[in-house]
Design a protein around this ligand. Structure first.
Ligand code: 4NP
Length: 146
């Protein structure tokens, strides 16, 4: 799960998907990262922690890190939150095989292609509620296919 800062959207996506996987009793590793380095080492934004907690998901232990090319070796699928994340990830790809691993997470929803998870960083709490709703719906579809 990859966004820009790895403190708002992708930590939520990691937490929501890992929770659904755990509930199914599957042994699949989920992680998240940011394309940027500003927040490396920090915990998630407190508004993201709060919205996750409201729905029974604990993301407070997560620590931001920056996406790197070795993530193409370590993961089978790489979900980007928006088109900017997607192009930043693809710019680090070393092969077509790497590029084929990258998807927009909201393309999992049947609402048309190229939908982006809006960046909630500069907005209010309702932005985090919307992000949670979108990610929960997408992760529900992802786990159904597992
Ligand atoms: P995220 O949100 O990409 O969902 O983690 C952001 C967090 C921080 C910044 C931008 C977006 N920032 O500019 O510091």
């Amino acid at each position: 799960m990859v966004c820009l800062g790895n403190i708002c959207r992708s930590p939520l996506a990691e937490g929501v998907l890992q929770e659904k996987i755990n509930r199914k009793g599957l042994d699949i590793k989920v992680d998240s990262a940011g394309t940027g380095s500003w927040h490396v080492g920090q915990g998630p934004d407190l508004r993201a922690v709060a919205i996750a907690k409201k729905y029974g998901v604990d993301i407070s232990h997560q620590q931001a890190r920056q996406f790197s090319a070795t993530d193409f070796d370590d993961f089978d699928i790489i979900y980007a939150m928006d088109g900017s994340n997607l192009s930043d990830i693809v710019s680090l790809a070393r092969s077509n095989e790497d590029i084929e691993k990258v998807r927009l997470i909201l393309d999992e929803l049947n609402i048309g292609n190229n939908n982006y998870v809006p960046d909630p960083y500069y907005g209010g709490d309702e932005g985090f509620e919307k992000v949670y709703e979108l990610l929960d719906a997408a992760c529900e579809i992802i786990t159904k296919e597992m």
